[in-house]
Design a protein around this ligand. Sequence first.
Ligand code: ATP
Ligand code: SF4
Ligand code: MG
Length: 323
Amino acid sequence: MNAPLLDVRGLKTAFPTRAGEVKAVDDVSFTLQSGQVLGLVGESGSGKSVTGFSIMGLLEPPGRITGGEILFDGVDLAKLHQEDMRSLRGRRIAMIFQDPMMTLNPVLRIDTQMIEAIEAHRKVPRGEARACARDALAQVGIPSPEERLDAYPHQFSGGMRQRVAIAIALINRPDLIIADEPTTALDVTIQSQILSEIQKLTAEHGTALIWITHDLSVVSRLADDVAVMYAGKIVERGAVGDVIDRPMHPYTFGLVQSVPSRNRKGARLAQIPGMTPSPLDLPAGCAFRTRCGRADEACATPPPSAGAADHVCRCFHPREVTA
Ligand SMILES: Nc1ncnc2c1ncn2[C@@H]1O[C@H](COP(=O)(O)OP(=O)(O)OP(=O)(O)O)[C@@H](O)[C@H]1O
Ligand code: SF4
Ligand SMILES: [Mg+2]
């Protein structure tokens, strides 16, 4: 197999706070090949966004990477100078945020913003850049793209605004896109359209995609692989079919049970009992042990890896996986 496009090894990101250090991302490792789609799932506060921001070099101080490597095409992004990171961002790596106004400037016309995004990384005549911007809007399904180029962000609906942000992310044909819950705020029909379009565009260009979501059903539609995060750690990782059909980690099992499925029509959806522990006061050993039906004394120490390299979890008592 080729060297991965992205190879995250033992990433740790922390925020010092007055109450203590929040270890938002704690020893996270995964790889991504060109063209591959990874779903990063987990409940609120599990460290999904911080993982994305760490890769993008967009952590807000005092948050900082305290360990590990983020090898992108062999270069460690965790050690890259800000200037070099800025040159990669928008050109080789782009991010789509939940709120499109993180990308868009409210006081500038769309054409100005899109042309700027192109010219920041490529020398092209103005007319060509504008044509490229128009084509990008058309590609993400914005009607009358030529006229819409002259509009301001507030003249678009929420869904259309997110499409513009996606067009900007795609405009320089990046090798990697990190999408942080970009459709969660939109209604289901629009979510589904945008999802299909992103899937098509990334497949056409061989773009690798990290799709961050708390919604397993989105992941099962979109991703090749899935990584499940809990309290800053990846607790299970593997091909989507394997993880969803045969979850090994009790937390993943709980997540899968809480997704409505056609097979369980009429059955009550299971809820994972208990609450997410405070990041400042995580249980020692396995952080899930206060909520886990399989917990015993062993779980007060750090759990080992179980399973095979292509479907692995961190647990003392993983569920039996029978293929
Ligand atoms: N600026 C910050 N200062 C202190 N702690 C922070 C900061 N940003 C994030 N955290 C903490 O880091 C942890 C991970 O947060 P993160 O935003 O990555 O979660 P998430 O998985 O993206 O959740 P959500 O699904 O709600 O978006 C949380 O405990 C959060 O409180
Ligand atoms: S290590 Fe123990 S507490 Fe943690 S998920 Fe596995 S069985 Fe449950
Ligand atoms: Mg988040």
